[in-house]
Design a binder for this molecule. Sequence first.
Ligand code: GCO
Ligand code: MG
Length: 405
Amino acid sequence: MTNLISKVDVIVTSPARNYVLLKITTEDGVVGWGDATVNGRELAVASYLRDHLAPILVGRDADRIEDTWQYLYRGVYWRRGPINMAAIGAIDLALWDIKGKSLNQPVYQLLGGKVRDRVLAYTHATGWETSELLESVDEVLGRGLRAVRAQSGVPGLSTVYGVTRGIKRYEPAKRDLRPLEEEWDSSAYLRHAPKALAEVRAHIGDEVELLHDAHHRLTPIQAARLGKELEPLHLFWLEDLTPTENQEAFDLIREHTTTPLAVGEVHNTIWDCKDLIINQRIDYVRTCVMHAGGISHVRKIFDLADLYQVKGAPHGPSDVSPLTMAASVQLGMASPAFGMQEYMGYPEQVGTVFSPGYRLVDGYLTASDAPGLGVEIDEDAAREQPYDQAYLPVARTLDGAITNW
Ligand code: GCO
Ligand code: MG
């Protein structure tokens, strides 16, 4: 029995922000959808899928998900990399969707069934002034969330990652022909962030989980200082304190603080986080289900993490589509190591293309029970809203040198 792939389509759509959609159709008419969005580099991954992978997928057996993964990963020769792995991730998601639809089961059943009833989620609160941040935190908690990531402005700076002055909804990529240039000063941030977060903790009490993202900006010793200063606030985690390439930095940070550490949204294979996990340098691995080769690969990462009591906590910003979110929640239902799901939420217009199926209730996400990933796509609406150039910003320190955004 085979289920041959007959057609592969790539659609780049922009319902308020850009997404790369992959549609795989089999000879017996089953359609699977994948997401291949790499924020700010959408057309590169769309071309890779359309020009290099689609032609070699047609005629393959859609049922052989792991074999296709191996074929594409080993077959590219060059291995790893964000564009390559997001493309493989999109194909993997679409094939799991097809398998679920063919067998009439939600994907979590095919992964071994539920190990939990629901997946804890957090979302973002953002405000330039601390008073605005507290309002935003209240709004998040008012929606029933039990975990919140708080980001504030920094006095003396005009722009800061994660916050937009005067605008309630933050979106990292800006529609423009060139990246916006933001400014950054770690000293000013380190002076202000602990005070703002302490106000948030005092405002919400001890029971709400509080998280914060430093977005790769600090040196190891600055990161250690921040972790140590924030210890009394009992954060759920501190995220991306330093760039993940320098993995030994986490040993230094660990020597100084018991604040839990999360990293990994830019990882794209198990090789990027294996040493962090087995050396217990981190507490949460943030690898995104699509960006790291799909469900087939990320479940291996989480199974490795499970051996070391590191938890999986996938990246879930608005720049990965509701298809990736759905795949993440399906995996979360079935993966013992799953600890938390980022759920940033989406601009309303995203709903014109995606009907996601998963539900956010009382601060927890539950997977759709519909066959496959459970996401309905309005293909006409997707085609009617074409790609609109947008980039993530770049950042410079006050002396004008480029730093990590
Ligand atoms: C997060 C992230 C994002 C990234 C964005 C880049 O923790 O959600 O840091 O907001 O900045 O995904 O495209
Ligand atoms: Mg982050």
